[in-house]
Each structure stands twice: as C-alpha cells, then as structure tokens.
Design a protein around this ligand. Structure first.
Ligand SMILES: *Cc1c(COP(=O)(O)O)cnc(C)c1O
Length: 360
C-alpha cells in the first residue's frame, strides 16, 4: 500500500483507521446487507449513527447542555450569510474582526445581509499579525462578534477566545476545531466545515447556545432557519448521510487517541518542531508573529522562490504531498491537522533540511 503523507489544507487527510473501517463497512454495514449510503436517514440504524456522532462530539468538546449541536449542509461559507440572517434583526449590525482571508470573506458575505462593523483588520500587516486589542472598535449594540480563530490560508491562529465586552462570540473554527480542548461556554456559536479536521466535505457542525436559537429571526424559510433545523434534529431534509457517518468514525477515533487533551499535546509538538526547523534555517521562513502562529496550517517560503517548483516536485516524489501554498500567499503550506501523524512532520523536516543542504 502506498499511502502518502498528505499536507492538504482541505479536503484534508483522514485517519487511515477510519478509511479502513469505512471500506470494511461499505458492502454490508451493521448487518443491514447494504452500505450506510443506501438506506433512509430516518431508519433506526442511521438515527443511531447520527445520535452517537452527536454524543461523541459533545463528549470530546464537553459541550454544555444549554447548547444545541447541528449537522449542516452548505459548508462554512453558507454560515457567513445565515449567521446574520438568523441572529441579527433587520438594521442591526454585526461586529467582525478581520485577521485573514476567511474572516475577510465572512465580512463581505455578512454585509450583503446586515451592516458589518469591521472591529479591526490585520490586512496592513498582510495578515501576519493581529491588531492590538486596545485598537478594536466594537459597536456595542451589534448582534454578535464574529471572528476566525484559525486563518487557514495565512496560518494565523488566535489561541484564546478574545475578550469582547460581553458581546456574543461567534467563531468560524473550520480549521482548528477538535485540535485541542476549548471552553464552549465562552461562545454563542461555534461552527466548522468538516473537510479539515472532522471528515469528508459536505457536512459541517454548529454548536449554538439554545437562547440564540430561540431568538433567531422567525421570518426565514425553514431551510435557512437554525431553529427549524434544531427542531428537526438536523433532518429537515435529507442530510449527507455518508459524511455524517464518516464524521462519527472520526469522533470515535479521536476518543481512542485519548480525546482532545491528548490531541493538543501531539498537535503542539508537531507545530513547535516544524516552526523550530523553519526558524533555525536561513533558507525557510514564516512571516507570522510567533504569538499568533497556527498549530494547524504552517505557511513557509523559500529564500529562493525560483526553487518552489523543484521543492514541490521532489517533495511529492518523496511521498510528501499537497504542500503548495495558497495562491494569495505563495510559497508552501503544510497543513498538519489531527489526522496528519507526527511521523509526517518529522519526514517533512528531514526533507526540508536535505533540500536546503543541496540547494541552499
Ligand atoms: C475551508 C474554510 C472555510 C470554507 O469552507 P467551505 O466548506 O468551503 O464553505 C471557511 N472558513 C475557514 C476558516 C476555512 O478553513
């Protein structure tokens, strides 16, 4: 078998154990004589999968009882529009902190729905730094404060929930959820697309405080209204059943790894060793203020960008794939999500040292 070390930013690597389980399950899942893709989402077999996935997610993140968990379609991008539709009254503004490409995109989409107050923007630093807290201009009457704790493209992570004067915190955790324990009670809403740290593309999760659900705008069609999805147990219409099942397998895998405290230790070690290797070299560099460096997405550039193509070709030949940086940032990006093992990071560091020795 020729599995590679896959550093894709998303859709991203999945744990091999999960893939093997899915493969074994496909022809005859749970004694049904069919795959999980081929039976009703309302069957008792599928309902059991859906409920177990939610229970495991609640256990992993220690989600308090006054929060609902939704499994959603449309990706994180859809939430950029649905959040203001549901949680802000007509004319009411929303606060947005801009720290990279994803929060900038979220601000633009929300602005098509409600007025957006840009609290602060790190764009002048090319999103290598977070504007100091003293400079943030909160609206004070906005419906919520939206931010992106981990900017997948720029490799910038806000490691602790910010202090926002009692505003309701709403976080796009697409590329950091489940990388470490978090205090859910600090947030009004946490949401994430699945394809980075949860499972295959096509599903997302939302953890939302029930009082926000109850106060969500009533005049929306059900398909756009969070409360309607919550009332229907995320089965208002046919959910992406296979993706939901796969997410459940990943949650069970995370529990077997020791849960999020254990994952946090591994993730911290992976990130620290990669940044240490980059910082120790004159050939590689990462521009992000060390206080804000992401544990999950590590962009880096080569001192001689004309070697980018050769670096990527040699890395791929060595079984280290999908290292090309986002076109807006250039250079390389190693996404080192939960499913990327420490051995992958070690192999990458060895490859980088060898490449530098030969070309630096
Ligand atoms: C990938 C990503 C998104 C977009 O997710 P889609 O499922 O493509 O809508 C949004 N926010 C962040 C932080 C991401 O990493």
């Amino acid at each position: 078998m020729a599995r590679v070390f896959n550093f894709s930013a998303g859709p991203a690597a999945l744990p091999l154990e999960v893939l093997e389980q899915a493969k074994a399950d496909i022809p005859d899942w749970a004694g049904t004589g069919m795959s999980v893709m081929e039976l009703s989402h309302r069957s008792k077999e599928f309902i059991a999968v859906a409920e177990q996935a939610e229970a495991d997610l609640r256990e992993l993140l220690e989600v308090p009882d006054d929060y609902a968990v939704l499994f959603q379609q449309g990706g994180a991008t859809q939430q950029f529009a649905l959040l203001p539709m549901n949680l802000a009254a007509p004319g009411q503004s929303v606060d947005q902190l801009v720290t990279g490409a994803w929060s900038k995109k979220a601000a633009k989409q929300a602005a098509a729905v409600r007025p957006v107050n840009i609290v602060a923007s790190g764009e002048a630093s090319h999103f290598t730094d977070v504007p100091p807290r003293e400079s943030w201009q909160l609206d004070g009457r906005s419906a919520y404060f939206h931010y992106c704790p981990n900017e997948t493209i720029h490799g910038l992570e806000i490691h602790e929930p910010p202090e926002v004067d009692g505003a309701t915190l709403v976080a796009d955790m697409s590329s950091t959820i489940l990388s470490r324990p978090i205090d859910v009670s600090r947030f009004g809403v946490i949401y994430a697309g699945a394809q980075k740290n949860i499972g295959p593309a096509g599903i997302g999760i939302m953890i939302i405080r029930r009082d926000l659900l109850a106060s969500s705008q009533a005049d929306l069609p059900d398909i756009l209204r969070y409360a309607a999805h919550a009332d229907a147990g995320s089965m208002l219409n046919t959910p992406p059943t296979f993706a939901w099942y796969m997410a459940g397998l990943v949650f069970a895998w995370l529990k077997r790894q020791g849960g999020l405290a254990a994952m946090a230790q591994i993730n911290r070690r992976k990130a620290e060793s990669l940044y240490a290797a980059i910082d120790a070299s004159d050939f590689y560099s990462n521009p992000v203020n060390p206080a804000w460096r992401s544990w999950m997405n590590v962009p880096f550039t080569l001192a001689r960008p004309e070697l980018d193509g050769e670096f990527l070709a040699e890395a791929t030949a060595a079984g280290l794939t999908n290292l090309k940086g986002h076109r807006s940032v250039g250079g390389m990006r190693a996404s080192i999500y939960n499913a990327v093992p420490e051995a992958a990071v070690t192999a990458l560091i060895d490859f980088m040292r060898d490449f530098e020795r030969r070309h630096g």
